[in-house]
Design a protein around this ligand. Sequence first.
Ligand code: BGC
Length: 466
Amino acid sequence: MVSTKFLWGAASAAYQVEGAWQADGKGLSNWDLYTNVYRATETVTGKHETGNVAINAYDRAQYLQDIALMRELGINGYRFSLSWARILPDGVGRINEAGIAHYQQFVVDLLEAGIEPIVTLYHWDLPRALDDRGGWLNRESVGWFRNYASVVREALGAKVSKFITFNEPFIDLFLIEPMIENIKSGVGSPFAITDAQYGHQAVALHHWLVASAETIGDFRAAGYRGEIGMALPLMPTIPENPGKSEDIRAAALADAVINRWCLDALFKGRYPIEVMTLFRQLNPDFAPFEEDFAILAANKPDFLGVNFYAPAFVRQEDSAPLGYDWMNTNPDPEPAAFNGPVRPDYLRRLLERIRDEYDNPAIYITENGAGFGPTDEVLDGDTVHDPRRANYIRRHIEAALKAKENGVDLRGYMVWSLFDNFEWLHGYGRRFGLVHVDFDTQKRTPKRSFDTYRDIVANGGVAATG
Ligand code: BGC
């Protein structure tokens, strides 16, 4: 079942593309509430936007056209996530057969097009019913997730050869969820995240990691024949001022929290000592059981999903959470993309570091891409000129393949994203697609970066010059 071909793919997530927020017995998710009730994007961008329609990807007539574009692009893998609330409207208990049937059909349609489905179980949309019960802060969340994962395994496991348990713990739990909490409270800036919020989110992160490991164990015990892993947002941390000891210390701490915490959990079955010490101080309830570490150690993933957008230049900043800032820094002359400085060299270094420090695990790049503002996206008749994105993708693929040449066990690359879509708290204002989407008419228009990626895939990773 496990293919040895290099995987060239594209990635997406349910809430960002599906729409159909109340179709066919779907339950509500936390994001349905964040957008419709708390109007979360409005606080950040000034525009009230939701994923209620998104890019209409739930609609089979639409997604068959989208699959036709995937074929044109020449990719052999498509990563997407499932909406838990479509499958289990209340999070646990009653199964919604229509939701299951939808995903079974989508998987079959992909396979018929020669495209391998790569399924993410959780990309940030939690059934509302579970959110009401404390969400990921409740230890019972580990059992809720295992139950959901086993329903999915039974429904899709025979046809899906790669599962990803969770997407990007750090970004969701330490950035987006605290911002949502601030938006709900209506006090101050959504970006004013506190140490106390970090402290309580540590418990949620622990539950994700244990739930992921338990699920990996469950899949193996049930005889699942494919591969299962987790996708981490990894950001090499660089002292903004390399001559300043405060920045050096801040970058080391940021590295422990953002990168090493999850990497150590996945591949060494433990948490970095500085994380344990710091988070116990911030939250005395953060006290992982010894048995949990045994569960992590016994259930290592088959592969690591690396989501790489940018490194983080870190500066000491007393008013920022944990005393450092990494979000508003870019000392480079090259302008940053939406997710940070454009530094493909740090993708290579990151992959080589994982090779050296974590015993060379199998790696898929599960996300890499660039979101730019409107001036970088010039719609021109039947195409869109997006030279910065094309350039970004070409340089990052080159860097990744260089790392592969240097012995990194890199097995695939998935661009984020095939289509422009709903960019969470930034709504529809940030476009990451290789294909432009007119959000009013749903018209798809391939951008020039689509051609660039198509050529790279056709040449087995080698970019045409220019
Ligand atoms: C997330 C995606 C998001 C992308 C671009 C990642 O953090 O997994 O859902 O759209 O970055 O910001």
